[in-house]
Design a protein around this ligand. Structure first.
Ligand code: CDP
Length: 786
C-alpha cells in the first residue's frame, strides 16, 4: 500500500477522525438533542399478546391525563388511508392495527402530550380490550395446513410468503450422488437484534405556511425514505426534508421505516406542532426489525481427497409478521447465494422459503450485506464438518479448495463474478501469525490431559457494494450512489455525499479520497451528508456499500474537477493540456517540473482568471453506477478453552487477517474490524432473542440480551493483506461488515474442534455456558460441582 505525502494525508494515512472532537466533547447532534418550541412528545401503547383480536380501544381516560393532547388509533389512520404501509420488500405492514394484533409489543395506539412523562401516563390509561388468538411461533409449524393464519389480509391465505432458488438442482443432485463423501447438517442462526447505543426516534415538524414537512430521523437512507414518504403521503417530494443528523449506530436496524416514525408524522400534521418520538431500550429490542432467524439444512459433497463437488442448501427464513427486510428487490434472501464462499465449487443449489410467524417483522441485514452472515456461517461450518468426516486438517482442506489467485475474475456457480482475491496468502498469513502447528501440538497434549482446547478457522468471502443498477434496486429505486464536490476559490472544498455515516468516519475517509485526488490537505475538506435538501440523491449506508459506491463517486467527481483544473493550468502556464502531467499533487509541464500549478492556485484561477469561454467555478457531481460488487475477504483463526466445570467458552486468541483492497484510513479500518469482531463474538456466545410457544419474548431487555462489553471481549490481533478491486477507481472494497460476518464461524469451529474427539460435530449459536455444559454432561466430561 502506498502512503502519500504527509501534507496531503490522502490514502493510507491514519488521519484522526474529524468527527471525534464533537463526540468526545458531548457536542454530537443526535435526534434527542433537538428541542423545538411547542414540541409534543409521543409514546406508544403496545400489545401484550402475540396474536389477538382487538375488541375495542377506549382512550377517554387517557385524554383526561394532564398534558395529553391526542390519542391516535388504527381507525384514525384508516380514515386517512395510512393504517398500512409498504415495507422495503414490497410487503405490507400495519402502522397501527384496526382489528387484530400479530406480535407481542406491536404498536396499538399512540399518545401525544406536552411531556414525555405525560405521554407515558397517557399510554397506561388507554384501555385496550383484546380477545387472545392462538399464535404460531415456529416457522416450520407455520407451514402446516392447520396453522393459525398470521396474515389473513393476504390473498394467498397461507403463512408461506415466497420461494426463491438459485443454481442447478439436477446437476447438484448428480454431484452429491456421485461424491465419495457427503456431510449433512442442520444449522439454526437465531434471531438477534441490533442493539445500537442510540435507539430509534424522530422529530416531525410541519410548517403550515410553507407547507413543508421536516423529519429529523435516525435513518440510514434519508433519500429513499423521503421518496417513500412522498409516494405514500402524496406530499410532493420537494416539500419533504429528511435530516439524518448524528446517528448512534445503525447496523442495518435503521434502514426500515417503523410505525413510530409514521405516527409521529401523522401526529405533527394533525396537531400542527412538532412531535418527538424516541424509543426506549426495551421497545427497541422488542419491536424493531430483527436479524437472521434462518433454519438451514446443508449438504456438502466431496471426493475422498477432499475436493469439493457440490453444495445443496434448503432454508426456512422466519420473517415474523411481515417481510420487513431491506434487501434489494430482486433478492428476497439477500445475497445468500454467496454461500459457496471462497471455494471453487463445481455445483450448488440453494432454495429459501420466507414464512410468516407471530413475531415482530424484519429480516434486516445486521452489519451484513444482506444474509452474507448466514451464508458464511453455513459454508464455513460445512467445510469443518467435511474436514472432520475426512479426518483432514481444516486448514489443508481449505487450501485444497480455494479459488486460486489466477482464477480471478472468478464466476461462481451461483452467478457472482468475484473481482479479486488471494485466499491462500491470507490464510497462510493467519496460520503463521497464530503459530498454527504449535497450537495443534499444544492441543493434543491438552487433550491427553483431558483439557478442552479448540482451534477454529474461517476463511470467508464477502460481497459488498450494492449495487450495480442493472440488478439492484430498492422498491424500484435503482442502486447507485453519489458525490458532489465544490472547490472554493481559496482552495478548500466541500464534499456532499449520498451515503450517511453512523459512526464509520465518512467525514474523514471521504475527505482523504478527495485530498488524494486533488492534492488538497485533508483538513481543508469538509464532508456533509444526511440532509435531503442539500446532499445529492443516494441510497444510503448499509451493507458496507459506502466506500464501494459513494467512495467511487467521490473519486470520480474529484477526477472531473482535476480534468477541468488541467485546462486552467494550461491557460496559466501558456501551454497545451497535452504538455501537462499530474505529478506530486500538481500539474507540471512535462520535462520542466519547475513550471507547475497547485490545486489551490488553480481553484483561485477558476473564479478570478479563467479563460474566456470557460465556465467559472470548480465543482462536479457524480452518480456512480458500479460495474460489479466488491468481494473483500479474510482469514480468521480462533483459539478457545472450554471450562469443564461451567461450560464457559474462553476465547484465548483471535487472529483476523482482512483484505479490503486499497485501504483509505488504516486506523479506521482497524476500528471497523475490532467493532465487527466484537459484534461477531456477540451472537456466537451471548446474544439471542427467542420466543416461548405462547409467543412471549425472551431477551427483550439488556438484562437478558447479553451484549458483550469490554470485559468479555478478547484481545483482537488484526493484520491485513491488500488485493485491490480492479474495477473500483481507487481499488477499495468495503470493510464495515467483514468481521461480523467472518468471526462467528471461527468461534463455533473452535468450540466444535475442542469437542470433536467426543463425537461432537456441530453446536448451534449462541454457545452459552448452559448449552455447552449440557454437551459436556452428555459426553461425560463435565466436572461435577460437588
Ligand atoms: O458503508 P459503510 O461505511 O458502513 O462501510 P465501508 O464502506 O466498508 O466503510 C467503513 C469505513 O471504513 C469508512 O469510513 C470507509 O471509508 C473506511 N474504509 C477504508 O478506510 N478503506 C477501505 N478499503 C474500506 C473502508
Amino acid at each position: 500500500m502506498t502512503e502519500t505525502v504527509p501534507q496531503i494525508r490522502g490514502l493510507g494515512h491514519s488521519v484522526k477522525r474529524k468527527e471525534d472532537p464533537r463526540f468526545l466533547r458531548g457536542k454530537g447532534n443526535y435526534i434527542d438533542d433537538l428541542k423545538l418550541p411547542g414540541m409534543l412528545y409521543m409514546d406508544i401503547v403496545r400489545s401484550p399478546y402475540p396474536h389477538a383480536r382487538i375488541v375495542g380501544i377506549d382512550a377517554s381516560e387517557a385524554l383526561k391525563v394532564p398534558g395529553v393532547a391526542a390519542v391516535v388509533t388504527g381507525k384514525d389512520l384508516e380514515a386517512a388511508g395510512l393504517a398500512w404501509m409498504p415495507t422495503l420488500m414490497s410487503d405490507t405492514q400495519m402502522v397501527l392495527p384496526t382489528d387484530h394484533v400479530v406480535y407481542q409489543s406491536q404498536e396499538v395506539a399512540v399518545v401525544v402530550a406536552t411531556s414525555r412523562y405525560a405521554a407515558a401516563d397517557g399510554v397506561t390509561a388507554v384501555n385496550v380490550e383484546y380477545e387472545p388468538l392462538p399464535p404460531v411461533i415456529d416457522p416450520i409449524k407455520a407451514l402446516e395446513p392447520d396453522a393459525p393464519l398470521v396474515r389473513p389480509d393476504k390473498e394467498k391465505q397461507s403463512n408461506h410468503i415466497w420461494h426463491w432458488e438459485v443454481g442447478d438442482r439436477a446437476a447438484t443432485e448428480e454431484a452429491l450422488n456421485s461424491a465419495d463423501v457427503v456431510v449433512e447438517q442442520d444449522i439454526y442462526i437465531p434471531r438477534i437484534h441490533v442493539a445500537s447505543i442510540e435507539t430509534c426516534g424522530c422529530v416531525a415538524s410541519f410548517d403550515r405556511i410553507s407547507g413543508k414537512l421536516t423529519i429529523w430521523m435516525t435513518t440510514q437512507a434519508p433519500h429513499a425514505i423521503r421518496t417513500v414518504f412522498s409516494l405514500v403521503s402524496k406530499i410532493p417530494e420537494h416539500k419533504i426534508r429528511v435530516i439524518s443528523p448524528d446517528i448512534g449506530g445503525g447496523f442495518g436496524g435503521k434502514v426500515p421505516v417503523y410505525p413510530g416514525y409514521v405516527c409521529a408524522v401523522v401526529a405533527a400534521l394533525t396537531t400542527g406542532k412538532p412531535v418527538k418520538w424516541i424509543e426506549d431500550r426495551s421497545e427497541n429490542l422488542q419491536a424493531d426489525s430483527f436479524a437472521r432467524d434462518y433454519h438451514i439444512h446443508a449438504e456438502l459433497g466431496a471426493d475422498r481427497s477432499g475436493k469439493m463437488r457440490g453444495l445443496r442448501i434448503k432454508t426456512i427464513a422466519d420473517h415474523g409478521a411481515a417481510d420487513a427486510a431491506a434487501n434489494p428487490s430482486k433478492f428476497p434472501a439477500g445475497l445468500f447465494s454467496i454461500v459457496t464462499g471462497s471455494y471453487d465449487m463445481p455445483q450448488a443449489y440453494v432454495e429459501v422459503d420466507g414464512v410468516y410467524t407471530n413475531k415482530p417483522p424484519g429480516g434486516v441485514a445486521y452489519r451484513c450485506s444482506f444474509r452474507v452472515t448466514e451464508a458464511v456461517h453455513t459454508i464455513e461450518r460445512m467445510v469443518d464438518t467435511l474436514a472432520l468426516k475426512l479426518d483432514m486438517d481444516p486448514a489443508d482442506l481449505r487450501m485444497k479448495n480455494f479459488i486460486q489467485p489466477e482464477q480471478f475474475p472468478y464466476k461462481s456457480v451461483l452467478g457472482w463474478e468475484y473481482d479479486s482475491g488471494n485466499y491462500p496468502a491470507a490464510l497462510q498469513k493467519a496460520l503463521d501469525r497464530i503459530g498454527y502447528q504449535e497450537l495443534r501440538r499444544e492441543q493434543s497434549e491438552k487433550r491427553a490431559r483431558g483439557e478442552l482446547m479448540g482451534i477454529g478457522i474461517s476463511t470467508f468471502t464477502e460481497i459488498v457494494g450494492a449495487g450495480p443498477s442493472h440488478t439492484f434496486d430498492i422498491l424500484g429505486i435503482k442502486m447507485f450512489d453519489s458525490a458532489e464536490i465544490r472547490v472554493h476559490p481559496t482552495g478548500s472544498a466541500i464534499v456532499r455525499i449520498g451515503v450517511q455515516t453512523q459512526g464509520q468516519g465518512h467525514e474523514t475517509t471521504f475527505a482523504q479520497i478527495v485530498a488524494e485526488e486533488l492534492g488538497l490537505p485533508v483538513e481543508n475538506i469538509e464532508v456533509e451528508h444526511g440532509d435531503t435538501d442539500t446532499a445529492p440523491y443516494g441510497l444510503g449506508t448499509y451493507a458496507s456499500r459506502s466506500t464501494p459506491t459513494a467512495g467511487a463517486a467521490t473519486a470520480i467527481a474529484a477526477r472531473k474537477i482535476r480534468d477541468k483544473a488541467a485546462h486552467l493550468a494550461a491557460h496559466l502556464l501558456e501551454c497545451s493540456v497535452d504538455d501537462l502531467e499530474w505529478k506530486d499533487y500538481r500539474f507540471q509541464v512535462k520535462g520542466a517540473p519547475e513550471r507547475s500549478k497547485s490545486m489551490p492556485e488553480l481553484a483561485f484561477a477558476a473564479y478570478t482568471n479563467h479563460p474566456l469561454g470557460m465556465e467559472a467555478g470548480l465543482e462536479a457531481v457524480t452518480y456512480y453506477d458500479p460495474p460489479n460488487l466488491t468481494f473483500p475477504f479474510g482469514a480468521y483463526i480462533c483459539v478457545v478453552d472450554i471450562d469443564r466445570g461451567t461450560g464457559e467458552v474462553h476465547v484465548r486468541r483471535f487472529v483476523a487477517i482482512d483484505d479490503c483492497g486499497t485501504v483509505i484510513n488504516p486506523m479506521i479500518v482497524e476500528g471497523q474490524v475490532h467493532g465487527g469482531l466484537t459484534m461477531g463474538l456477540a451472537p456466537a456466545l451471548y446474544e439471542q432473542i427467542w420466543y416461548d410457544d405462547d409467543g412471549n419474548m425472551h431477551g427483550g431487555t439488556l438484562m437478558d440480551y447479553l451484549v458483550p462489553t469490554a470485559v468479555e471481549t478478547p484481545n483482537w490481533e488484526t493484520d491485513r493483506t491488500v488485493t485491490p478491486s480492479p474495477h473500483h477507481p481507487i481499488g477499495a472494497k468495503g470493510v464495515g461488515e467483514s468481521a461480523t460476518v467472518g468471526a462467528p464461524p471461527a468461534i463455533v469451529n473452535a468450540v466444535v474442534d475442542a469437542l470433536s474427539h467426543l463425537g461432537v460435530t456441530h453446536v448451534d449459536i449462541p454457545m452459552t455456558p448452559p448449552r455447552i455444559w449440557r454437551i459436556l454432561q452428555e459426553k461425560g466430561v463435565a466436572l461435577a460441582s460437588s
